[in-house]
Design a binder for this molecule. Structure first.
Ligand code: GLN
Length: 479
């Protein structure tokens, strides 16, 4: 837990160097099997830890995150470090600048340890789409860790680092957090700058933390949020600290439940764990209110249509010339003209899921179709936002499962994209409506003799992360 580590550092019971070295030992011991990290930066991590130790030795005050090791998903730019988004097309891309979140965390003094594996360009729900390696679920290595930020989730869940950053376009923080038994927070769209995050779908992407506790997530959120001149969708909302104001509480809180989300398609074991928590929350003084968001049934369609469209537009820049891999530079190049260079570089550089989305998105945006598809989807998106807004006049948070199933096996869904997309049913509405959402652990469930983690999702209204965190911390006390 970050606060405990911080106190130990301040009281000189442990040094930052020791913390970082412990983290490096965990990585050394576990990464071979779990495949969470793509790259680890040992020397710079130890060097930075020593600087924090010197500061402590001089009697200077240190911040909450200072001296504590953390990891970053490989679609977030760290200056002079390779940033691949787990794609062959930019396998050798060295980021020329720091993402705003990285700049902020650097200022906060946390120690960057390494870059984590992910689905290529964050497209996927299992991390199986990485061009480089498999990442395994620490609870059962035959199962996926979730995705797309699978590496960050596993790094935290298996104690390789105390916390990590991920990105969430349709669930990529919350779903792997659920599959790995930790906390994952997707802030309100605009809370955290996307500058330096390799764009997937610009009106959906948001950076957020993975952590062991709600309190830790609040500490990280404090460090990364705020207005940024490099991302004009960011807003400064309040100046207070989520961490300092955190009050675990369920008493008097109104919790919305949508019954149809607990019916068809939901694993009975997940349902049972969540229902137990709902009952317990009542005993803690929470009020359970039945809600309805009729157009929620259209969210997957809206999401995948819009995301693929935005992908096709954002990905035009990977043309074999501006960035990364260029087929024209290969010894056995077949390219005879500029069009060949585009086609051959993209053919070689992108994996099948990225290609699928570019093709579908290009179709959806093509002349004569974009009004019928993208524009229509935008209208339905507004309708869904409006329905959420009405519900939040009545309740503080909405409670749902994070995933319909327990962590699935490798290969179980990878041949069937539609089935993979359907697994995002609970997380996607949050991004469609640009709301904040969190997944917190909701106990364990058994499948074929293996104990696997269950995740529970809470959603609050826009900019109401404080309430969301307070209620989530209230649920952490479940017994
Ligand atoms: N699984 C979703 C998708 O494939 C979400 C991805 C994400 O949040 N980056 O689009």
């Amino acid at each position: 837990m970050i606060k405990e580590l911080h106190e130990k550092l301040v009281n000189r019971e442990i040094s930052s160097e020791e913390l970082v070295k412990n983290s490096l030992i965990e990585i050394e011991n576990k990464n071979g099997e779990f495949g969470a990290f793509l790259k680890v930066f040992k020397e710079s991590a130890i060097k930075n830890a020593k600087k924090v130790d010197e500061k402590i030795a001089r009697g200077e005050k240190i911040g909450m995150l200072e001296g504590i090791p953390y990891a970053i998903k490989d679609n977030i730019c760290v200056q002079d470090k390779i940033t691949t988004s787990a794609s062959k097309i930019i396998e050798k891309y060295e980021a020329p600048y720091n993402a705003t979140v990285v700049k902020k965390i650097k200022k906060a003094g946390a120690v960057f340890v390494g870059k984590t594996n992910m689905d290529e360009f964050a497209m996927g729900s299992s991390t199986e789409n990485s061009a480089f390696q498999k990442t395994k679920n620490p609870f059962d290595v035959d199962r996926v860790p979730g995705g797309s930020s699978g590496g960050s989730a596993v790094a935290v869940a298996s104690d390789m680092v105390s916390w990590a950053l991920g990105s969430d376009t349709g669930g990529s923080i919350r779903q792997p957090a659920a599959f790995c038994g930790i906390v994952g927070l997707k802030p309100t769209y605009g809370r955290v700058s996307r500058y330096g995050l390799m764009a997937m779908a610009s009106s959906y992407d948001q950076i957020g933390p993975f952590a062991k506790t709600v309190e830790d997530a609040a500490i990280v959120l404090d460090a990364i949020s705020g207005k940024d001149i490099h991302d004009n969708t960011t807003v400064q909302k309040g100046r207070d600290s989520f961490y300092e104001n955190l009050k675990p509480n369920l008493k008097g809180k109104k919790i919305g439940i949508m019954p149809s989300l607990f019916e068809e398609g939901l694993d009975g074991k997940i349902k049972k764990n969540i229902e137990e928590r709902i009952e317990w929350a009542k005993g803690q003084g929470a009020e359970i209110i039945q809600i309805d968001i009729p157009h929620i049934k259209n969210t997957l369609a809206v999401y995948y249509l819009m995301v693929m469209s935005e992908v096709s537009s954002n990905f035009a820049k990977y043309d074999g010339i501006k960035f990364g891999l260029s087929e024209a530079n290969l010894e056995n190049s077949k390219s005879k003209n500029i069009l060949d260079v585009y086609l051959n570089s993209r053919e070689l550089g992108f994996g099948p899921e990225v290609k699928r989305r570019i093709i579908l998105g290009t179709h959806a945006l093509s002349a004569g179709y974009s009004d019928a598809y993208y524009k229509k989807a935008q209208k339905v998106r507004e309708l869904i936002k409006h329905e959420f807004k009405k519900v939040f006049d009545q309740v503080d948070v909405i409670l749902t499962p994070t995933t319909p199933t327990l962590p699935f096996k490798f290969g179980e869904k990878s041949d069937n994209p539609l089935e993979m997309y359907l697994a995002d049913i609970y997380t996607v509405p949050v991004n469609v409506a640009m709301l904040p959402g969190i997944s917190i652990p909701a106990g364990m469930a058994e499948e074929n003799g293996v104990q696997l983690p269950v995740g529970m999702q809470l959603i609050s209204k826009w900019w109401d992360e404080q309430n969301l965190l307070d209620i989530s911390a209230g649920f952490e006390k479940f017994e």
